[in-house]
Design a protein around this ligand. Structure first.
Ligand SMILES: Cc1cc2nc3c(=O)[nH]c(=O)nc-3n(C[C@H](O)[C@H](O)[C@H](O)COP(=O)(O)OP(=O)(O)OC[C@H]3O[C@@H](n4cnc5c(N)ncnc54)[C@H](O)[C@@H]3O)c2cc1C
Length: 380
């Protein structure tokens, strides 16, 4: 057993860290205020391979492993969790669904554009009435001759307004329950598809989130992604990977918050000494450092197993659950260690605190992760 990263992975971490410090850090608060994903960042992300981290080189991807992907997401999240969320949704949901379940034609048609960063990817599962119970969705796809016709609405979709390519999950046979659900690829601008309400969010504000509405949206039959009736089953496998990405995002956010707290504690003086010399502060830092290491190990282990071709439902959920809750604790302690300065926008603490809450909600809440883990360990 070797817990060390390879020389290439150490270099990858350093490269993405330098990129995030130079290209993202200076703009973090402006992008947060603007509540818009900075589209001019997309070509820069693409240049570094961050819009196609795990996809084969034949489609222009960087061909990296899941562990490498975690390193990338972690380093972006350390600086701006919202940008990391967008990169994760683009890579780990939309592109991953196409790469894993698309046929050769579909991969050739869509992946190069996603990988080159010409378009952002979106992935639509959630609906207003179907979040945790995603199979309770109402969006339908009806076969009419050589087309599928989509009707319904998807809620809380990352890049719902600005995504160029979207994977949509819809019911194709209501009588078959979750085996009557299928996935489709829909291109932005298709008649009958429109963006609904843009969400005004607590955090992750530089990552665009909105509703997407389908009204008699006709798409050619060859835009069915994977086999008919397999869409929900395939979605669960996509989420096994996506949750590793959210775990990595949580590790990165926690690391950023912990570093900000540690640096502040060394500088801030009260009662004639740096607050880092008070045991109460030291214990918070020690607890966070320990939780972050544990979260990172769970995350890399799930990633490693996925790279070996294993099914990681249990490991992905454990990593996501533990890492997201560790990140919530790190962000909370970061604000606490900053005192009043943690409550104002001059310091990074308040933004980590706002951003972090999404991590125990998105791609399955903590309660749903516990439910998945319990089913796995009880073999239900
Ligand atoms: C910023 C953001 C970005 C997102 N991006 C996307 C995206 O790109 N694509 C997409 O498809 N979705 C996306 N989502 C949706 C996200 O995945 C859902 O919000 C999430 O799955 C929870 O669903 P819900 O909001 O409907 O909450 P609900 O399912 O209504 O849950 C409400 C509460 O009830 C609890 N609960 C529900 N069922 C159970 C149960 N069986 N046992 C115990 N507790 C339960 C939940 O844990 C939660 O605490 C995004 C959400 C946000 C906020």
């Amino acid at each position: 057993m070797d817990f060390r990263l390879s020389d290439e992975q150490i270099l990858l971490r350093q490269t993405v860290r330098e990129f995030a410090e130079a290209e993202i850090r200076p703009h973090v608060m402006a992008w947060d205020e603007a509540q818009q994903f900075p589209m001019d960042l997309l070509p820069k992300l693409a240049e570094l391979g961050l819009t196609g981290v795990q996809f084969p080189e034949e489609y222009g991807g960087a061909g990296m492993s899941t562990v490498d992907y975690c390193i990338c997401i972690e380093e972006i999240a350390r600086v701006c969790p919202a940008i990391a969320l967008s990169v994760a949704a683009h890579n780990g949901l939309c592109s991953a669904h196409i790469a894993r379940f698309g046929n050769d034609e579909q991969k050739k048609k869509y992946l190069p554009r996603l990988v080159r960063g010409e378009v952002l990817g979106a992935w639509g599962l959630t609906e207003a009435g179907a979040g945790s119970d995603a199979a309770g969705m109402r969006t339908v796809a009806t076969r009419q001759g050589a087309c599928w016709v989509l009707n319904g609405a998807k809620t809380f979709i990352t890049h719902g307004r600005i995504g160029g390519i979207m994977v949509v999950i819809a019911i194709t046979d209501r009588t078959k329950g979750h085996r009557g659900i299928s996935a489709f690829v829909v291109e932005h601008g298709t008649a009958g598809m429109s963006a609904g309400k843009k969400e005004n969010k607590l955090g992750m504000r530089a990552s665009d989130t909105s509703e997407v509405i389908f009204q008699n949206c006709r798409i050619p039959a060859d835009q069915l992604l994977g086999d008919e009736g397999q869409g929900f089953i395939n979605t669960l496998q996509v989420l096994d990977g996506g949750r590793i990405g959210i775990a990595a995002l949580s590790v990165g956010l926690a690391q950023g918050a912990y570093e900000a707290a540690r640096n502040y504690a060394r500088e801030r003086r009260q009662f004639g000494q740096p607050i880092a010399e008070f045991q109460a502060i030291q214990w918070k830092l020690a607890d966070n450092a320990t939780r972050i290491e544990a979260a990172r190990l769970l995350t890399y282990r799930a990633a490693y197993l996925r790279d070996q071709g294993a099914r990681t439902t249990r490991e992905s959920s454990m990593a996501k659950l533990f890492a997201s809750e560790a990140a919530v604790a790190a962000a909370d302690d970061c604000v606490q260690i900053h005192g009043g300065y943690g409550f104002v926008k001059d310091y990074p603490a308040e933004k980590y605190f706002r951003d972090v809450k999404l991590l125990t909600i998105g791609e399955g809440t903590s309660e749903i992760q516990r439910l998945v883990i319990a089913r796995q360990i009880l073999n239900q």
